[in-house]
Design a protein around this ligand. Structure first.
Ligand SMILES: NC(=O)c1ccc[n+]([C@@H]2O[C@H](COP(=O)([O-])OP(=O)(O)OC[C@H]3O[C@@H](n4cnc5c(N)ncnc54)[C@H](O)[C@@H]3O)[C@@H](O)[C@H]2O)c1
Length: 361
């Protein structure tokens, strides 16, 4: 039996979801002779102990104590502002780590920590869970197997059923960073190509509060991939029919759609078509419930050295740079060229200028 002690750091909203998933995954992994022990920690005094008592798990009184007592890996789901601090502790202790996205508060800070991670030879898997969703994986398999021919275009849609509170929106970094980031990541992952240019527009026809904090409620980004393939990414806070996450992958031989099933959040305008008949997913947590579990399994496999890192910090930051470029394009009204992580790190390209909000702010 292989024993792995995982320190789950940050047990807030998504942290508790990851803990529940890791508990479920631990049961499954017993069949593979892997015993996963979970220990919780959080910066808020007493909070990890309280959550641990509710969930039947041990807790450490601090992250430092958790590491000092001895763990084999860290699973970081603190608020974004805490990621770099915990990553540095994990690097110093030479622990493999999972870190929720984004790895740092902005791209410049992300590039700094990437250099530290790479210099230390540390292993960090970043939380882009769509990479573990069965639909996206099947679309990638079909594309890679040549079943779709060559790609002429992709169309990503991310629709939230209702907007979050204005207080959250004010700190979200803007629609493209908050919502479209996952589409940018999955387009890069699925095609294996960098996104080299973005032209973004936005609109505000919903609650004036969203415009008042300087964000848009709906946005569209036209993306150009390295080989010239075109993609669009549309995001909205107002998809009243339900949480709608789709990707049309359209090729010269065939096309396939991720997220087209009985739970799709729309209705057909054609006569006699009842599809889809199911209840749409209310939020991302239900839509990607299996993907989050698969992500936990992948992390355990990574700790055991059984697989390659499925989402490196450089992968994750590449998507964040596209999001920054989309926010800048929204601000300037001009297309923006997108440098790669390596070009910025080796000094051959400038980072994208950081613009959080739209000019009306
Ligand atoms: N992959 C996804 O789809 C997805 C979805 C939601 C959130 N997230 C990410 O997950 C992270 C957490 O989001 P949340 O909504 O759960 O936040 P949250 O505010 O509900 O919880 C964060 C927890 O981290 C703790 N914390 C903060 N700094 C800490 C530190 N330095 N050390 C230890 N604990 C610390 C807080 O006390 C709190 O309990 C964010 O980075 C967010 O971007 C990812």
């Amino acid at each position: 039996m292989k024993n792995i002690k995982i320190g789950m750091v940050g047990v807030g909203r998504i942290g508790r979801m990851h803990v529940t998933n890791m508990q479920a995954v631990a049961e499954v992994l017993k069949e593979r002779d892997v015993n996963v022990e979970i220990i919780l920690a959080d910066a808020m005094p007493g909070f990890a102990e309280q959550v641990g008592a509710d969930m039947g798990l041990k807790a450490a009184e601090s992250v430092d104590k958790l590491i000092a007592d001895g763990v084999d890996a860290l699973f970081i789901a603190t608020s974004t502002a805490g990621h770099v601090d915990v990553l540095r502790k994990g690097i110093a202790a030479q622990l493999p780590m999972f870190c929720e996205k984004p790895i740092a508060s902005d791209v410049p800070e992300s590039l700094e920590i990437i250099q530290e991670i790479e210099a230390a030879g540390a292993t960090v898997q970043v939380g882009h869970q769509r990479r573990f969703d069965a639909g996206y994986k099947e679309a990638k398999r079909r594309l890679d197997a040549g079943e779709l021919g060559w790609l002429h275009s992709l169309k990503a849609v991310s629709g939230d059923a209702f907007p979050p509170p204005a207080s959250y929106l004010a700190t979200s970094g803007g629609l493209f960073r908050d919502v479209s980031l996952h589409d940018f990541d999955i387009i890069r992952w699925l095609t294996g190509q960098d996104i080299v240019e973005v032209y973004a527009r936005g609109s505000n026809n919903g609650d004036p509060e969203i415009g008042a904090v300087g964000d848009v409620d709906t946005g569209a980004a036209v993306l150009t991939l390295a080989d010239g393939t075109l993609a669009t990414a549309i995001a909205t806070r107002y998809n009243g029919a339900g949480h709608d996450i789709r990707l049309d992958v359209m090729g010269s031989k065939d096309s396939t759609i991720v997220g087209l099933d009985e739970k799709s959040a729309f209705s057909s305008a054609e006569q006699g078509i009842d599809f889809p008949t199911g209840e749409p997913h209310p939020t991302f947590a239900e839509r990607f419930a299996d993907a989050y579990k698969n992500e936990c399994i992948a992390f355990v496999e990574l700790i055991l050295g059984e697989r390659e890192n499925p989402c490196t910090p450089a992968d994750a930051v590449a998507a964040a740079i596209v999001a920054d470029a989309a926010q800048l394009s929204l601000f300037t009204g001009e297309p923006v060229k997108i440098p790669t992580v390596r070009e910025i790190l080796d000094g051959s390209a400038q980072p994208v200028e950081v613009r959080a909000l739209v000019p009306s702010a």
